[in-house]
Design a protein around this ligand. Structure first.
Ligand SMILES: [Zn+2]
Length: 362
């Protein structure tokens, strides 16, 4: 099985280029043009870069001075024709919004250029593209300035035989429908580091307009070794009390693991189910009462240490993981004949990882 340590950096927003029509054909709509431009400047998030131009002019204007100077800028640009080329030749990698009225004469010259797919024409009175199907033209009434940010709605990470066993962004969750995937939606920060089995691992990004698929960057310098992942991430180790240490030593040497209070057999979470007043059961280690999910024990000469393992999947050997599923944990093994992950038995308490490390669920 291939194993990878991969990174996804939260995708950046596109720049928005706003182009105003100060020509005679838009004269009667000028107040509305200014208004629509203001909507864009105010409503798009601050982290999105915005640039301002006029039709027929490659010079960029400073949006900071928009209110005070826009009338003067209009006069400067009033006699220029309605041409888009001077601006399109200047800008790259941007959403282009043209606010105006009446035909843009050279728009069809850009029909085969990829930039034309990013053009949004906000029509005041008359169409700016006429009969040419270039860009998208919408009416001023259906424009509110919001549509431009093209925010990410969701990201799904999956791949062939994909099985993540470590990730550092808790806002991602695992789904098991069909194939295994890591999902997130409506986040401010989509960045994530992952350790996973599988090949061809990709992120499917759904934006409010369109979808894209990107490969994750492999971070060769990072180890996929589970012990290193445990040691270098999460909270620091805590020490069990001496009574708890005794219990741990008894349990890890016993064939049948029994509750220290009532003697019931413990085969899953480290909890007693005969204790009244607790739905989940009472933790048999008082030190672990705040921990939900996987706990790692480390057996050292000076004592037994523990810490939580946050992801809901952990690697237990070279072709197996344990998945935390509502108060129990189930082992999945990769079947090389069937070429898929198959569910096996429940994870037993104190499952040995290696070198004195054990995993349980609480
Ligand atoms: Zn008990």
């Amino acid at each position: 099985m291939e194993e990878h340590f991969l990174s996804l950096e939260s995708p950046k927003f596109e720049t928005i280029v706003v182009i105003l029509d100060a020509s005679e054909s838009a004269e009667n709509d000028w107040a509305m043009i200014v208004d629509s431009a203001k909507k864009i400047f105010q409503k798009t998030p601050a982290e999105i870069k915005k640039r301002l131009f006029f039709l027929g002019n490659s010079q960029e204007y400073d949006i900071e001075d928009f209110e005070e100077n826009v009338s003067l800028w209009r006069k400067q640009n009033n006699k220029r024709g309605s041409f888009i080329s001077p601006v399109l030749m200047t800008v790259n990698n941007a959403k282009i919004v043209i606010i105006g009225s009446g035909i843009i004469y050279d728009l069809e010259d850009w029909a085969d250029n990829h930039k034309s797919t990013k053009i949004l024409l906000v029509k005041m009175s008359e169409s700016m593209r006429g009969t040419h199907e270039i860009g998208t033209e919408i009416d001023k009434d259906s424009f509110d300035g919001h549509q431009l940010a093209n925010p990410i709605h969701s990201i799904q990470i999956d791949g062939e035989d994909f099985m993540p066993y470590y990730w550092d962004n808790p806002d991602y969750s695992v789904s098991f429908e069909g194939s295994i995937a890591l999902n997130s939606s409506n986040l401010k920060n989509y960045s994530i580091n992952i350790a996973a089995f599988g090949t061809n691992i990709k992120a499917k990004i759904t934006k409010s307009e369109g979808k894209e698929k990107i490969s994750l960057t492999s971070a060769e310098s990072h180890s996929t070794d589970i012990i290193e992942l445990i040691e270098t991430n999460g909270k620091s180790w805590e020490k069990l009390s001496s009574d708890e240490e005794k219990l741990f030593n008894e349990h890890t040497r016993a064939d049948v693991i029994k509750c220290p209070t009532c003697g019931c057999v413990i085969s899953g979470p480290l909890r007693c189910h005969n204790e009244k007043g607790s739905i989940l059961g009472k933790p048999i280690y008082n030190s672990l009462k705040e921990i939900r999910g996987f706990v790692i024990f480390k057996d050292l000469p000076e004592g037994i240490y523990y810490k939580q393992y946050n992801p809901e999947i952990i690697r237990i050997d070279e072709n197996s993981v344990a998945i935390n599923k509502k108060a129990k944990s189930v082992i999945y093994r990769y079947d090389t004949n069937k070429k898929k992950w198959i569910q096996y038995e429940d994870l037993k308490p104190y499952y040995p990882l290696k070198g004195g490390y054990y995993v349980s669920i609480t």
